[in-house]
Design a protein. Sequence first.
Length: 651
Amino acid sequence: MTPKAFRIPLILIAMAICFSLLACGGGTNSASAEQDGSLSMVLSDDATQDWATIGVKVLSVTLTPQGGGNPVTIYTAPTPAPFINLVQLDQLGEIIGNAPIPAGTYGQAIITVSGNSSDIILSSAPNPEPGFPLQTPTTVNPSQIQVVGGGTGSVPLTVNLSPVLTVTSNTSNALDLEFDLSNPAFIVEHVSAAYPSGIWVVNFNPAVRHHPIRDITKLVLRQTYGTVTAISGDNTSITISKIIPKLPAQNPETYSTTNLNLTILADSTNGTIYRNLDTGGAKQVITDFSSVATSLLNNFVRIQARYQQNGTLVATRIWSSSSFTKVYVNAEGHVFNVNPSANTFMMVNADGTTSTTVAVDSATQFFFQNGTTPIGTGTTFLGAPNFVNGFKVSYDSQDDSVIIEIARFSGLISAPGEPQASNTNFTYSRTFDTSHNAVTLDYISGNTANGEDNGNPINGFKWWYFAQPTGTLTYGVSAISQFVNVANASGINYGGTSGTLSGSQPVAGESYANWNDPANPNNAWSAQWVDVLPTPAPLCSVYIAASNITNGATFTMQAVPTPFFTGTANQVTVDLSSQSGQATLVYQVDVTNGIVTVTPMDITQANTLTTVVNKLGRNTLVKVYGVPSSSPSGILNAYVLFYFTGTQPSQ
């Protein structure tokens, strides 16, 4: 099994202004317009270096009124349901549905996905993390994929909303239902002598949770494709019928139709950049659609848009053509190879199967999100710390511009040979093939708005332990100093003489960064937050059997020989937490006759904790993902623990 450093929030935005968003075919209701709010549904996720494609089919989404009542359908997929590549969204919204819903309070959401293995696409990236078993671009055969609870049917996923979603007629509300793909239990790989090519188990249930979104204007939307079906009488807006490029990618690329209509406004204040690709793509800046109406109606468009506070969508850039292949741009994806000496970078394209090499010259302009003023120009901007692997970008060859959609930094913190974290900055380090990146980030200003916590505004830097923001979210005057203590914790030394998972493993994390923050106004990146990530231990066997401790259990393990670990292993102490809200996620993984069963073990329940302690006897094989303890040092605080029964894994 391997680490999955990415997550997929499913964002549902309850908007109060029904006339701004047209209903999709997924569901309607008989309530009057005055009683309705509108719900716009957006898919997004976080990046991964290992996977280029995780394609899934979302079949429907419903909301259940608090206290009971008939579910309200807010999305139903067209037939056939399109694949959505979750990897490529990384916190970018892919609008897939919106519908008017009755005003009221909703306590649950049910997301239904296809459970057929042929409706899952897993394709590895061209430059995965060292130790990832699919080192060359590979698409996993559906016969090697199993979906927990799936088979040939569908998998309903129930999410309890806390806080509940309240829809009223004159306000907007945001609901984020997050498929947390960083959870190691989401995609479980089992390689053994009996199954040397591996079995990949997709387990949706443990990856779904509620994660509130406070400000819809901060959402960065993925470029949207569609056909223009109408232009408003006053030329302020267009209506598009949304289409989705097909997965797997076609040559030439084609699309799937949807039953979703979207209304898009021109930016009447700053202007929308418009390019007609049928006439050469010259840049025009428009404040309404009067001058370009004839080149838009019934044509294909690609649109970069943003939400306004009232829920309307405003276009920052529009490309149009009578041909879909002209507006379709493959050059949107993850940067995976930055080569300043050659003045190039490579990116995994949005189709998840191809890559693009972009040549940067003195005229290339770099933009951040929806900004219209370049943050850098030319070859000197390429490379660390300005432009690095892991960024999510789109490239427009028409005007030689790179839009940095998400500035994502990740890696080891306070790694050996790098500076330790301080109250001023910290350093991320990562290795890509033979290249090594070390990037030092300052913290954002203490006055910079940075989200909310239970309705209370947060200013300045914040951090939390992965997947536990409600229990460990830290902000305020002491946030930086507490983070420094965690970041500088002693790494876990597994021993060994070779292999990427041997040796000392420091703390790891990921961040999104702002450009030119008031705390760092000299044209540089500043970290908004750090999500302290669990890192994988090698495959280990229990050396000292588990025993109970206060609020949990502890055991000692040591690595076993695998292709990724050789040499003499050290004994490492692992602590399991049974504290509610911060409990270790424990799974029993059983492989019998080629069928993988993944059973969650809720150790907040005393009897289940006892069962797990009894299972963790000497020589039991385990896989642990955890964070080094800052006090006492040398102990691995487990976030996820797998223990194995049946056919045993070999790596």
